[in-house]
Design a protein around this ligand. Structure first.
Ligand code: NAD
Ligand code: UDP
Length: 324
């Protein structure tokens, strides 16, 4: 009689926004999940529902330090993702991306685990090609305030490909575009959470610059299906990178208007200076994800924003009642 062993899946950054959704999904699929996080931007609250599950395990650990565990799969997400967070300690951000990815690749090499890197559309920098395809090499400032994140992820991708070619490690590189949804940290400064919270409080909506810059926002449930499909992909030698995002492109001003509409807010628009090197446009070409993974997003912006508002509403309004 053969007994099927549960897969042991490591999720680095598992207490963060995307990571906690991934942990939830992997547990529901019957996997044993090991969450590694240093709680820099993640929170215990995000993983509280899993704490009493027998196949969930938590290790407080900084991925920039070596880690010795036995696993079958690694989803490597650990890295602050919001500009205000990754710029607090840019040297640590580079270490997290570079040392963290070396450590996780070393772990994959020793254990034979498959590894997926959560890379980013930021590797395209200020893109001269639109929409962005995976074969576009990008236009990144190597010495600016966003470089610790952008270049850190570019080196992480390089490391994945070198471990793949040199050591035969099975890697997959996902380039995530702007992702949003429940469990975004309340004050992590990203545009969707900022606008939703401001709108719910009827406070001014802070638009950086004129709001003509574009982004393409992907709902978290869609994105995590893409991550799983990519790691599970069995094409020999296929490492990616693969864009994962929603090609529906809108301006930041249009996003503000949609959030004001859905919340029925009386918020006004307030313009603030545009941060240095803020990309002017961003839209994924997802042809490769469709072809290789049969994946495409299913959630419209309207639906995803509604879910996000529903998540933040009791938190934001609940708090102001407590303070009153
Ligand atoms: P997040 O900040 O919510 O989550 C990151 C998690 O990593 C947090 O729990 C944090 O505590 C943890 N972490 C950070 N540094 C660590 C370290 N040195 N050791 C251990 N844990 C560490 O961000 P997110 O939005 O969930 O992003 C997850 C991943 O996806 C990141 O790698 C990010 O670069 C990538 N990504 C996210 C987006 C997006 O729009 N959310 C877009 C592109 C790429
Ligand atoms: N942004 C904004 N107001 C905010 C936060 C962000 O106008 O309160 C803009 C920001 O300048 C950028 C876009 O929204 O053009 C997306 O910002 P975010 O930090 O969410 O992600 P990025 O794509 O810059 O990494």
């Amino acid at each position: 009689m053969s007994i099927r062993r549960r897969r042991r899946v490591l999720v680095t950054g598992g207490a963060g926004f995307i990571g906690s959704h991934l942990v939830e999904y992997l547990l529901a699929q019957g996997n044993e999940v090991l969450c590694v996080d240093n709680f820099f931007t993640g929170s215990k609250e995000n993983i509280l529902p899993f704490m009493n599950q027998p196949y969930f395990e938590l290790i407080r650990h900084d991925v920039a330090m070596p880690l010795f565990v036995e696993v079958d799969d690694i989803y490597h997400l650990a890295c602050p993702a919001s500009p205000i967070h990754y710029q607090i300690n840019p040297v640590q951000t580079v270490k997290t991306s570079v040392m963290g990815t070396i450590n996780m690749l070393g772990l994959a090499k020793r254990t034979g685990a498959r590894l997926l890197l959560a890379s980013t559309s930021e590797v395209y920098g200020e893109p001269e090609v639109h929409p962005q395809r995976e074969d576009y090499w990008g236009n990144v400032n190597p010495i600016g305030p966003r470089s610790c994140y952008d270049e850190g992820k570019r080196v992480a991708e390089t490391l994945c490909m070198d471990y793949h070619r040199q050591h035969g490690v099975q890697v997959k590189i996902a380039r995530l575009f702007n992702t949003y949804g429940p469990r975004m940290a309340e004050y992590d400064g990203r545009v969707v959470s900022n606008f939703v919270i401001q709108a719910l409080k009827n406070e001014p909506i802070t638009i950086y610059g004129k709001g003509e810059q574009t982004r393409s926002f992907g709902y978290v449930d869609d994105l995590l299906c893409g991550l799983v499909a990519l790691l599970e992909d069995t094409e020999p030698g296929f490492a990616g990178p693969v864009n994962l995002g929603n090609p529906h492109e809108i301006t930041v001003m249009e996003l503000a208007q949609e959030i004001i509409r859905q919340t029925g807010s009386s918020s006004e628009i307030m313009h603030l200076p545009l941060p240095q090197d803020d990309p002017t446009r961003r839209k994924p070409d997802i042809t490769l994800a469709k072809e290789k993974l049969d994946w495409q997003p299913a959630t419209t912006l309207q639906e995803g924003i509604a879910q996000t508002i529903a998540y933040f509403k009791p938190r934001v309004l609940g708090k102001s009642r407590t303070l009153a």
